[in-house]
Structure formats: C-alpha cells, structure tokens
Design a protein around this ligand. Sequence first.
Ligand SMILES: Nc1ncnc2c1ncn2[C@@H]1O[C@H](COP(=O)(O)OP(=O)(O)OP(=O)(O)O)[C@@H](O)[C@H]1O
Ligand SMILES: [Mg+2]
Length: 321
Amino acid sequence: MLELRNLSVHFDVSKRGKGKTIVRAVNGINLNIGRGEAVALVGESGSGKSTVGKAALRLVDTTDGHILLDGVDITHLERGRQMPLRRKAQMVFQDPHSALNPRMNILRSVAEPLILHTALRGQALTRRVIELLEIVGLQAQFLYRYQHELSGGQKQRVCIARAIALNPDLLVLDEPTSALDVSVQAQILEFLKTLQSDLGLTFLFISHNLAVVRYLCSRVAVMYLGRIVEEGATETVFTTPKHPYTQALLSAVPWPEATQPKGHAPLVGDIPSPVNPPSGCSFHTRCPFARERCRAEAPTWRALAPDHLVACHFAEDLAAS
Ligand SMILES: Nc1ncnc2c1ncn2[C@@H]1O[C@H](COP(=O)(O)OP(=O)(O)OP(=O)(O)O)[C@@H](O)[C@H]1O
Ligand SMILES: [Mg+2]
C-alpha cells in the first residue's frame, strides 16, 4: 500500500548571511506497509516521525528517495494534481483542537472533503455526514454544533470522520490520542482498532506510547534521529529488542511482569541535533555499548530474522550477553 524507498527530508533553515543550516529530519528510511496492515512509527520527540507521515502524504517535499502509494510513484506529484491522492490517503493530526475550523459547524467540517471531491450535495450530503458520524460513534445531534461545543474526544472523532469521509485506503495517524485524557484515549483506540478491522484500513500509526502501539499495531519501526534503527513484528521487537535504543525505550515502560524485557539501561541525555548528527552510528553518543567502530562507521541495515531488522554493528553480541 505504502512504500518508502530511501526517503530523506531535509529542511533548509539557513538565515541570510549565516551559512547553510540544514535540519536532517529524515535520512534515507525504507518502510513497506502492506494493505490492511497497521504499522507503528515510534521514537523520541524530534526523531522525525511526523515528518515521515507528512512526506508520505506529500504535505512536505521530499529531498531524496521515493514514495509509492498503491504502486504509483507520488514523490514529485505537484500540489495541483493531488486530488486522487487525497482520496486514497488521509492524515489525522495530533491536536484535534486546532485541526477543526472554529467557524464551521460539524456538518460543514465533515462535509468539506465530500464537497471538494464528490458530487454529493443537499440531503444526500447530510445523510452521508450522519452516516460518518455514526461510524465514529457520534449522534446526529452534533451536526449543528461548533467545535468549541465538543469535548476533546468528540473533536477527535469528528477529525476521524472527516479523514474517512472519502473511503481512503491509508490513514496516517499522528499521535491521535495524545491530547486526550486516559479514559477517552482508551475509547478512541478501541474504536480505531475496530475501524481498522471493519473497513480494512491501512494504518501508519505514529506514537510515543509503546503500550498503545502494542495494542494496535502488528509491526513497528523504531526511529532515531531521522533513521529507522529497528523494525519487525511488534511482539518480536517488544519482547526481544536488539537495538540498544529500542531496549532503552522499552525499559521505561511499565509492562506487566511477564512481558518486561530484562533489565536494559534506560536512556540518558537528550537526542542530538539533527543539524549536526553524530558520526558513524548516530546513537553512539548515548549508547552504553558504543565502541570505536560505532563512532567511525554507520551500521548497515540487516535482518536478524525474516521479520526482524536492525541497524547496529553489535546486535548479535548484545543479544548474547
Ligand atoms: N518545517 C520544518 N522546518 C524545519 N525543521 C523542521 C520542520 N518540521 C520538522 N522539523 C525538525 O525536524 C525534526 C523532526 O521533527 P518531527 O516533527 O518529524 O519529529 P517527531 O518525531 O514527530 O517529534 P514529536 O514526537 O515531538 O512529534 C525536528 O528536529 C524538527 O525541529
Ligand atoms: Mg510529531
């Protein structure tokens, strides 16, 4: 469904007369998401997750590499020609409070993509909006309300209704529940899981929350400073993480006793700047196992098992120790 090949996204943030400053937000990542699959992208703040999601939907420009959606190369699709793409793929943003237009009522907000992309009007349009609200568990009484009259969870449901209005195949969900309180989070997640299995949607699910990822996604890719450092089946990666970074991320999560990966060192320090990423393996500055080779040479991406890939020179040694 979605194929990212050697994707890089760099932002030029140079100030005039001060030389070039390039933020290397995404650096040559490869990721394949099959139809109907739910794949998670995890990693610390600033690792490049949202940028990958936006690039996949052509909301930011790609510096290098290719993006294929359903086999079609959309890497350089111009803004004016993205209508078919918008039908196929949609994004749900982190903050539902700013994603809805305060001057539009819910009917108008959810109808907007339908007005832009279909011939539905009048009664038929309203009926379709009511249907969409029903799918996300909101009654028709919400049609004429405005976003400030809704709770955070209700707003996020409206955003999801709008995102699925055109029957997309792919949803990019960028921290869809992080602005919500815990009980509403659980409801929305439950609902997303049902939505995914009922409508056969493909998810790229971006999150800090590893427990949520484990619940919702069958595969996970771990990002660090613009690179994917480990990828595989969620259960495999979560129970036998091979990259020291994944191990550190997981050690911070309170799993039930039986599934807690054994005593890994927690993460220390902050993520380095993507303007000047460290040499060699970009994690070496924080890695408890870093050796000379890690400073000098970037690790290649390799398979430890058919569905478990890692970019660490010493993944096998670490696993054995
Ligand atoms: N439009 C932009 N211009 C310049 N730099 C940007 C832009 N968008 C993102 N960045 C930078 O790119 C890096 C990756 O940002 P991104 O938003 O993808 O991270 P993230 O993993 O989604 O983080 P978070 O978990 O905090 O949402 C950051 O250093 C960020 O400051
Ligand atoms: Mg983000």
